[in-house]
Design a protein around this ligand. Structure first.
Ligand code: FES
Length: 157
């Protein structure tokens, strides 16, 4: 009863307004934080993992994202599409043979995605790679068509 008497109607309204404003500020702050994180890593960038997870001279499948991450002998990276450039079948990487093979018409590609055997006539597409804070991000929305492999396509940390 005493407590109710101490809190006047005016002070109650003031406290209510302050509480609502505080909650609003917290909401705005977390939204700004979320937006700044979104700017750092847009939805189209797939996080493949930290650099040290990938050994040199190995190819890692990311089947759900339809690419292979090829870490080359000098430490550079290529994100190579699984889509065969002949008619679009899914290529498989053979660790034993060190090459991509297409099950449909037997095209083959090396670890850079270059054509080793027809009927495909151009290299496998690649995806742009960004490395932030030692993390590999692959833009799986933007396949890059190429006729051949060039060293400028490699991404380094
Ligand atoms: S679709 Fe790959 S060789 Fe024809």
């Amino acid at each position: 009863m005493n407590l109710i008497k101490k809190i006047t109607r005016r002070s109650f309204i003031k406290r209510s307004i302050l509480t609502i404003l505080s909650l609003e500020l917290v909401y705005v702050f977390f939204n700004l934080l979320k937006k700044s994180n979104d700017r750092l890593k847009p939805d189209n960038l797939f996080e493949a993992g930290k650099l040290d997870l990938f050994e040199k001279n190995r190819v890692y499948p990311f089947s759900s994202r339809r690419f292979y991450l090829s870490r080359l002998e000098d430490g550079g990276f290529l994100a190579i599409s699984t889509k065969c450039t002949h008619l679009g079948c899914t290529v498989q990487f053979s660790n034993n043979e060190g090459k991509f093979k297409c099950p449909c018409h037997a095209s083959a590609f090396n670890k850079y995605g270059e054509v080793l055997a027809a009927p495909a006539t151009r290299a496998l597409d690649i995806y742009p790679i960004t490395i932030q804070n030692d993390t590999i991000l692959v833009d799986t929305e933007k396949p890059v068509k190429r006729t051949k492999y060039e060293s400028s396509q490699i991404t380094y940390a």
